[in-house]
Design a protein around this ligand. Structure first.
Ligand code: SAM
Ligand code: DTB
Ligand code: SF4
Length: 324
């Protein structure tokens, strides 16, 4: 695959990944792949330290977009979600304080918007300022940004903006028709230009091929600046969405995807994100071994359930993991 024409000057010394090279990683025997991922992981991180992030949906449902996996699209009425308004700042800060008291160091606020209106953004800026003042790392995910909005978030003290590629350029149009993957890349670029850390990853298990998965990893790893944070979500097949009946992915394919992300993006936080509630303890341990070093911690993701807090604490103890 010819990719050299997209090499930016800042990256010229860093060889770009090709889909073939990442597919070759996927095709390694699992033990060899995990060994390579663990080597890379140990060169860059404490292998026994896992960051705990809590999530809060600050504006739920009624989204204009048609993302096939999402319970929050206005088109997926069968998902039966109550549409809610943007939460008051005090309630968000109170939830962040609870998350901090329970041991989360990072707080991620999500809104079901195609893009934020300026008035709504002002309230989110206040949330960011106040959550940051609690001493937590902050992340928001608000959809596509218009010019100037990323800068305002940066000024408010935001650490990370989450905007997932979700899937590769080829498969994207089969899952989402209301915006393009190029729109996503444009927002990621604005976030980067504003000096924010980029959090961008994707969802697997949506019926994409292994090649699509590898191509998504390549797109992320070859961004002009590698995203500092890469969430890997396993599809939560929500009843009432077009993906409700999607057969579950082979769990080892999930582990392989974590390993591919770790090897191609050695210094990034690789986040074992949605789908953890359905995973066994042993599978989660394999994900950590493959280089995942962050989880969502708390009873809820945005609209769906997450692993039990107490169960996570026991798992950390059993595996000798420390929370950071
Ligand atoms: N509306 C904004 C956006 O799409 O960027 C922010 C909120 S959206 C819910 C954030 C991310 O949640 C999506 O990019 C997707 O990766 C993830 N997500 C949503 N529904 C999911 C599901 N059913 N399973 C796994 N991940 C999901
Ligand atoms: C990300 O990559 N995963 C999180 C966070 N970023 C915002 C969201 C997962 C949502 C799972 C489905 C739900 O709870 O609605
Ligand atoms: Fe809206 Fe985001 Fe859900 Fe897409 S993923 S429908 S943009 S909330």
């Amino acid at each position: 695959m010819q990719v050299s024409s997209v090499a930016a000057p800042a990256r010229s010394a860093v060889p770009l990944w090709t889909v073939e090279a990442v597919l070759a990683l996927y095709e390694l025997p699992l033990m060899d792949l995990i060994w390579r991922a663990q080597e890379v992981h140990r060169q860059n991180f404490d292998p026994n330290a896992i960051q705990r992030s809590s999530l809060l949906s600050v504006k739920t449902g009624g989204c204009s977009e048609d993302c096939g996996y999402c319970s929050q699209s206005a088109k997926h009425k069968q998902a039966g979600l109550e549409r809610e308004r943007l939460m008051p700042v005090e309630e968000v800060v109170a939830a962040a304080q609870v998350a901090k008291d329970k041991g989360a160091s990072r707080f991620c606020m999500g809104a079901a918007w195609r893009s934020p209106k300026d008035g709504d953004l002002d309230r989110v800026l206040e949330m960011v300022r106040e959550v940051k003042a609690l001493g937590m790392q902050t992340c928001v995910t608000l959809g596509m940004l218009k010019e100037g909005q990323a800068e305002k978030l940066k000024e408010a003290g935001l650490d990370y903006y989450n905007h997932n590629l979700d899937t590769d350029a080829e498969f994207y149009g089969q899952v989402i028709k209301s915006h393009t993957q190029a729109d996503r890349l444009d927002t990621i670029d604005q976030v980067r230009q504003a000096g924010l850390n980029v959090c961008s990853g994707g969802i697997i298990g949506m019926g994409e091929s292994r090649k699509n998965r590898a191509a998504m990893i390549v797109q992320l790893a070859n961004l002009e600046t590698v995203p500092e944070s890469v969430p890997i979500n396993n599809l939560v097949a929500v009843p009432g969405t077009p993906m409700a009946d999607q057969p579950p992915l082979d769990p080892f394919e999930f582990v392989r995807t974590i390993a591919a992300a770790r090897i191609t993006m050695p210094k990034s936080w690789v986040r074992l994100s949605a789908g953890r509630a359905e995973m066994s303890d042993e599978l989660q341990a394999l994900c950590f071994l493959a280089g995942a070093n962050s989880i969502f911690y708390g009873e809820k993701l945005l609209t769906t359930g997450n692993s039990d807090l107490e169960k996570d604490d026991v798992l950390f103890q059993r595996l000798g993991l420390k929370a950071v």
